[in-house]
Design a protein around this ligand. Structure first.
Ligand code: SF4
Length: 301
């Protein structure tokens, strides 16, 4: 597996609690990276020799602004290109937005702002508009991530784990629990491919505050606090992995069949079946189907 991007989930905590969140982010969610852990993950990423981009996201990475700034500076010094994903809660005025973004100017090459009806009552909030104006003044490239309501969208519009532009809901994480009731269901055995992830060569992985390396949220390839990322990448044989193997063979339906996972007759989409099957299999693969946060078991309110 050759990685060109590593996405650090600085925290599972978020000021919002959106229905579509893959990782069950909320103000009560637990798990935050220390500066030392951020440094260690950056060092391990550098060791790979192939990583060009580092993203800082969450949860909400601006909850600890000074830690974020320090992480961006460190990543810059190490030669990485840097992106950030944020909901822009901090941009209450253009002046506030300038204060938050100024230390990042010239260092961040992609500021992705979540802006949709899950985050607020309006598609474009004053905060997201303020963030855009300040970013443009500071010449920080900025774009918007917008997730449509599940009943009005084509989910195949999603690109990777950071959807570009307006995208559909993928029914995993809190979205599976909160939104899958909104749309028509499809028989479970029709979900014979993973539609969104390249499970052989993902290009990028997400590393969470507990050290888990996610190829898709809740499918861990290893833990960087126990095994170097380089080793995790070298050891990953997609077809032999207990979870990605069946997914590659025949999608979430094959995962269900391989392990005789309990299932319903129909699901909202492939991710819905995949997520529910994985939830049912957690006791069998506790080190892979982890952590509790991503399965809504650390914060189920
Ligand atoms: S089908 Fe499973 S592995 Fe593929 S994107 Fe959906 S949740 Fe992730």
């Amino acid at each position: 597996m050759r990685l060109t991007g590593v996405h650090l989930l600085l925290t599972y905590e978020c000021n919002f609690e959106c229905d579509h969140c893959f990782v069950w982010g909320s103000p009560r969610q637990q798990g935050t990276m220390s500066p030392e852990q951020i440094g260690e993950i950056l060092e391990q990423s550098k060791q790979l020799g192939t990583v060009e981009w580092v993203y800082f996201e969450g949860g909400e990475p601006f909850l600890d602004h000074s830690k974020l700034v320090e992480a961006v500076q460190r990543a810059n010094r190490m030669g990485f290109r840097v992106g950030i994903v944020s909901n822009a809660f901090w941009a209450t005025t253009v002046e506030e937005a300038m204060i938050h973004l100024e230390p990042l100017a010239g260092r961040v090459e992609d500021l992705s702002v979540s802006s949709d009806l899950y985050h607020a009552d309006e598609r474009s909030t004053p905060e997201t508009r303020n963030a855009r104006e300040a970013a443009q003044q500071l010449e920080i490239p900025v774009d918007f991530i917008s997730i449509e309501r599940p009943e009005v969208t084509d989910p195949t519009a999603v690109i990777g784990q950071i959807p570009a532009g307006e995208s559909g809901v993928m029914h995993r994480g809190r979205a599976a629990a909160k939104l899958s009731g909104c749309i028509a269901k499809t028989p479970w055995d029709r979900f014979t491919t993973c539609p969104f992830e390249d499970l052989r060569e993902p290009g990028r992985v997400h590393v969470d505050p507990l050290g888990n390396v996610h190829i898709c949220q809740g499918i861990s390839l290893g833990n960087v606090f126990h095994t170097p990322l380089e080793q995790i990448c070298a050891d990953y044989i997609p077809e032999d992995h207990p979870i990605t193997g069946p997914l590659l063979e025949g999608g979430p339906a094959a995962l269900v069949r391989r392990f005789e996972a309990p299932h319903s007759d129909s699901y909202a989409d492939a991710c819905h079946l995949c997520y529910e099957a994985r939830r049912a299999l957690r006791d069998r693969f506790p080190e892979i189907l982890t952590p509790d946060q991503v399965y809504g078991e650390a914060d189920t309110r």
